[in-house]
Ligand binder design. Sequence first.
Ligand SMILES: Cc1ncc(COP(=O)(O)O)c(C=O)c1O
Length: 454
Amino acid sequence: MATLEPINLIKGWPSTSLLPTHHLSRAAQTALADTSIAFPGLLYGPDEGYAPLRDTLGSWLTSFYQPEQPIGQERITISGGASQNLACLLQVFTDPVYTRDVLFAAPAYMLAFRIFQDNGFSGKMKAVPEDDHGMDMVALRRALEESEKRSPDNRSPMFKPPRPYAKYYRHVIYCVPTFSNPSSRTLPLDRRTELVKLAREFDALVISDDVYDFLQWPADPNDSKSTSITKALLPRLVDIDRFLDGGAERPGADGYGNTTSSGSFSKIAGPGLRVGWSEGSPKFAYGVSQTGSSCSGGAPSQLTSTYMNILVKEGTMSEHIFKILQPAYAARYKTLVSAIQKHLCPHGAKLPKSNQPIVGGYFLWLTLPDTIKAVDFVKRCQIEAQVIIAPGNIFEVPGDDSVKFEHSVRLTFSWIDQVLMIEAVKRISVVLESCLKGEGPTANHKQQYQPVLK
Ligand SMILES: Cc1ncc(COP(=O)(O)O)c(C=O)c1O
């Protein structure tokens, strides 16, 4: 048998062909040639991050999300990306004892689990299932109520000292409400509002990874608007929390708010830049900046922040997103969907149901026929078809067996080109047919199987 070229449908990375290298090269040269930019860029920066970028981001996010009032720099702290920001948020705003639990919309972004474990939350992580429209709010309320009943005497932080700019929340809720990784679902507006209200009622912090929001296109492949959508599909949770009933400053509230948005340039410019941002109430945003590592070294990614400030301010970032990325990822998405519809759906595989007119992100969540276990299927796809895909079980919340994804897989459409994508789906369909016929794995299974996780 001829050797097949391996095809990777697990990597949630931007395509190298879509990285804005030429724009970054120019921005880097501009920044480094001008000492008024280069010196602050190369020295320790302020705890809150490079001020010009905070200001520029405020205007840029205002034009995309169009909240009731503009977003000022006092709501933004620069981060080293959503992952690093998550670690900072947990360091500042949680105590592993006082904070009763972490509730994940499940299936959940698997690489977040370890960040919570590193902060003492092993054994306290719980899954809240999604339905076709995202996190189930009835299940979330039940989980919060049960958790409160379990720990009535837990009244004060045990490991974290009192600090002027750190509040310790009783619960954490982690979600990716727009074009989720991995389920690709989008939480509708009514549930977003309900989520904010629940967070307030139970003193929870909702950490919302909003890293895919800019990558959107019409769900209908025949829609002619498919080249650029310059306004966000829905308000973020942080926008709702800011204005609902007076926001973080309403009577009786402590000014911190109950939601934060993690943004990132990873998916739209390049993860190697390690630049992102954290948005919340001014008190919250300042609190994030007071994490020990930022007080010592300044906010992360100071130099690359100067490059991103140039690109966002002059409009190049928007142009790249709206003119290059949206059409390119829309085309990849459509290719993958139609290949799945042609080659896998006739064999019982199902794509999620959605009534959202706009879709986006990097991923598709596929449910296999009930007779097929995703872990075995993924193994066979890798060994027999040289196609690497992610089994549903890696998105299950560790330590919580109540929500399982034994028959689901995640496919990424961002990393490989459309020709390879079609080829991958055709190869997967051969494995699927073989599984459905009840045929066992081929002899190649004697090879050692090395699971690939990212
Ligand atoms: C939901 C989600 N959050 C965070 C990240 C990582 O983002 P960053 O590179 O900004 O740390 C990813 C990357 O796959 C992601 O899908």
